[in-house]
Design a binder for this molecule. Structure first.
Ligand SMILES: *[C@@H]1O[C@H](CO)[C@@H](O)[C@H](O)[C@H]1NC(C)=O
Ligand SMILES: *[C@@H]1O[C@H](CO)[C@@H](O)[C@H](O)[C@H]1NC(C)=O
Ligand SMILES: *[C@@H]1O[C@H](CO)[C@@H](O)[C@H](O)[C@H]1NC(C)=O
Ligand SMILES: *[C@@H]1O[C@H](CO)[C@@H](O)[C@H](O)[C@H]1NC(C)=O
Ligand SMILES: *[C@@H]1O[C@H](CO)[C@@H](O)[C@H](O)[C@H]1NC(C)=O
Length: 291
């Protein structure tokens, strides 16, 4: 048991480091932002390492077309199941976003028959992915998006994105570290520093569900270095979050990072695939319901 746990910890730490140090090494030197001279349209020019941000042709986020012809039904896809344990977690202010990191191996999802381990999760406000309404009149953005970043053993990246709308229900995941989040806001963190606060064992019940309705496409990391070939899973069920919770996620961040969503990127001929177990055989009205 002890040996298993520590091997898991080393693995999770190793892959997290792979992703985190790569991003952080650049960030310490090259500061990217969400407006002005270091804004998203300039990322590709901030560093050679960020070239994919401007030269890439399959970037994220994207606008999802809700209309039936906006995506391709893909019957070979399988429900995505988050098989996670309740991990010992640390709340992190990366300067440009708020994240949770895990001090042990958390669990995995299978995407394209390959196992991908959860390494960390980040929040963006407002949402990065948008969903078009039926009449293509607006790209509807949501107040928040949670991204669960998974890595496969050979370095493949799969990200599950959960969109939030304002509602009466508070998000149960965020409720668990409400105090630590406000503690983080008390600390003065400039955008090139990171601060963390241990939160102990996190109940991941809210994430251990089976996703039977989602959109999937191939994109990139939505922050520099904008690495491509990322398998994105955009969960169809929109969850609820309170206005106070969104404010709490933004509070620890400097003004220029409170809105930390990259604008939607061109599709360049890419397809968005949709999977819906329940409606597989009876898509009659041509549209998705909201939940
Ligand atoms: C960005 O870099 C490319 C090539 O390195 C250059 O052609 C282009 O003018 C630069 N754009 C800006 C806005 O600096
Ligand atoms: C989808 O496309 C097909 C053929 O391209 C067309 O016949 C159909 O009316 C379209 N459906 C909707 C809902 O736009
Ligand atoms: C969680 O991890 C931290 C850092 O590794 C450690 O100090 C702490 O004791 C752990 N807590 C639990 C409940 O395992
Ligand atoms: C943070 O900075 C403010 C002023 O900018 C200062 O009043 C406050 O004491 C600082 N807090 C900490 C924890 O350093
Ligand atoms: C963030 O964006 C919203 C609109 O989406 C805007 O009302 C608000 O002023 C922005 N906040 C900052 C700090 O830029």
């Amino acid at each position: 048991m002890t040996a298993m746990a520590s091997r898991g910890a080393i693995f999770a730490f190793g892959v997290a480091l792979l992703l985190a140090t790569h991003a952080r090494a650049q960030v310490n030197v090259i500061k990217f932002g969400y407006s002005g001279d270091s804004g998203p349209d300039k990322w590709g020019n901030l560093s050679q390492e960020f070239a994919a941000c401007s030269q890439g042709t399959s970037q994220s986020p994207v606008n999802i077309l809700k209309e039936i012809n906006g995506s391709v039904p893909y019957r070979k896809m399988m429900p995505v199941q988050g098989d996670y344990i309740d991990p010992n977690a640390t709340l992190v202010n990366n300067g440009f976003n708020i994240a949770l990191r895990f001090n042990e191996k958390v669990g995995s999802i299978f995407v394209r028959q390959k196992k991908h381990e959860l390494v960390h999760m980040v929040w963006h406000t407002p949402s990065e992915h948008t969903i078009d309404d039926e009449r293509h009149e607006c790209m509807h953005e949501f107040p928040a998006e949670l991204q669960l970043i998974h890595l496969s053993e050979d370095g493949g990246i799969a990200i599950v994105a959960i969109l939030y709308k304002y509602g009466d229900d508070e998000d149960k995941l965020l409720l668990q570290f409400k105090d630590q989040l406000s503690q983080l806001a008390q600390q003065n963190c400039s955008s090139d520093q990171e601060t963390h606060i241990p939160i102990g064992v996190l109940n991941t019940k809210a994430l251990r569900r089976q996703y039977t309705k989602f959109w999937s496409y191939t994109g990139s990391l939505s922050t520099p270095p904008c690495t491509e070939n990322v398998n994105w899973i955009i969960v169809g069920k929109i969850r609820e979050i309170s206005e106070d919770q969104v404010a709490a996620l933004q509070a620890p961040l400097a003004a220029e990072y409170k809105n930390n969503s990259r604008p939607v990127q061109p599709m360049n001929g890419r397809s968005v695939f949709r999977y819906d177990l329940a409606k597989e055989k009876r898509i009659t009205n041509g549209y998705y319901d909201d939940d």
